[in-house]
Write a protein that binds this ligand. Sequence first.
Ligand code: SAM
Length: 482
Amino acid sequence: MAIYNPKSHIAEEFINHEEILETIRYAEENKNNVELIDQILEKARPRKTEDGIRCAGLTHREASVLLACDIPEKIEDMYRLAKEIKLAFYGNRIVLFAPLYLSNYCINGCVYCPYHTKNKHITRMKLTQEEVRKEVIALQDMGHKRLAIEAGEHPTMNPIEYILECINTIYSIHHKNGAIRRVNVNIAATTVENYRKLKEAGIGTYILFQETYHKESYLELHPTGPKHDYAYHTEAMDRAMEGGIDDVGLGVLFGLEKYKYEFAGLLMHAEHLEAAYGVGPHTISVPRVKRADDIDPSVFDNGLSDDIFEKIIACIRIAAPYTGMIISTRESQQVREKVLELGISQISGASRTSVGGYTEEERPHDSEQFDVSDQRTLDEVVNWLIDRGHIPSFCTACYREGRTGDRFMSLCKSGQILNCCHPNALMTLAEYLTDYASEDTKEKGFALIEKELQKIPREKTRQIAERNVEAIKSSNSRDFRF
Ligand code: SAM
């Protein structure tokens, strides 16, 4: 039997089945232990220190106690704390991005994904470089600056060379004032050598969802193809780190397995990265299984209610205070509205989950990976965020200034976000408003920028930011950053 060891590089030692079962037992026993719950909440509170703000975070055991707790007042306390932590490290900024599907050729057998190899009727497509160009121009014309590229796993149709070529193409396109300044990559687990190549190609975050941490279920849900190898998949982030990628994004596909198990596994994975590499995950995503071409999500009997889903998000925020949290358009406007108050820091907008989807007038369904719930345009999403008191941000400065891995985390902890990320968000929002927004969004957005500029504490920084916003409005000068 494997022994739990967060520093180990062996999947079943850092994601340890016995430890997860023990954690669930401990959480169940303590779910009404108000004294312990209060202690845990107290431990997780943000504290001012000489050089910034610190949060202790929580262990998977502590966080699992919070997740198990059903006491309404305590859940309210959790939600308040989650919001407080989000504001302490990420302010009221929400970063926007869009997925770009390159190819749905896939040799895996994932039973929840319509791209599985046995699906013979789905339209298989792979973008040529000319098609990548068209998609990127369509995304730039909406106002996007940050993409997550997505592809199935296929050694001959989508080899690493194809992915690298697409990344090059994406970065090379500058249509009008547009540019894609950060490309995150969500492709199947690969080798250290390939991760090194991705790093050299200038990617932002390498994202890979674990789908489920439960090994037995994992093997059943991935019956065929290279993804069947649980250890290879689970140890992918270790290889990515070895290949020099220090911004990695974790995620679970909620609905496949029991959520308490997944939650503990996810936090153990984050603890492992911290213990083994000194830096936690850059992001955590929380996708839920959705209806898709030949996929009926109700066949997986672990679907979550919105209430539980919200509690999971708040508890992750409290446990992993410095990690970005992502919600996609798999979720409806209502759910997104709620979870934006519980710790989410990045959202996708105007997404198309089909290969070539951005150049089609109508939303194409024949090559979609899953149904999109939130189908609003980017302008509508930006407008809605502003109405709800968030700053829509198109910032990509950190990684372009070399602030990745622990350097990003130090900035996060330093409390300097108001002198750095905040003005960057405002300047990139000014770019969006000037180049792409509707009149209504523009009006509201510039009023917000005016107000938010006053919150920049350092006078010199505020003056520079004000000057840059004016330059963006009145000229084609773009891409200012701190
Ligand atoms: N092919 C890559 C891999 O295997 O990791 C990554 C790309 S895949 C396009 C991105 C993610 O979509 C998967 O990791 C999975 O979690 C999610 N996904 C697949 N089918 C889904 C469904 N029916 N509903 C919601 N999300 C789904």
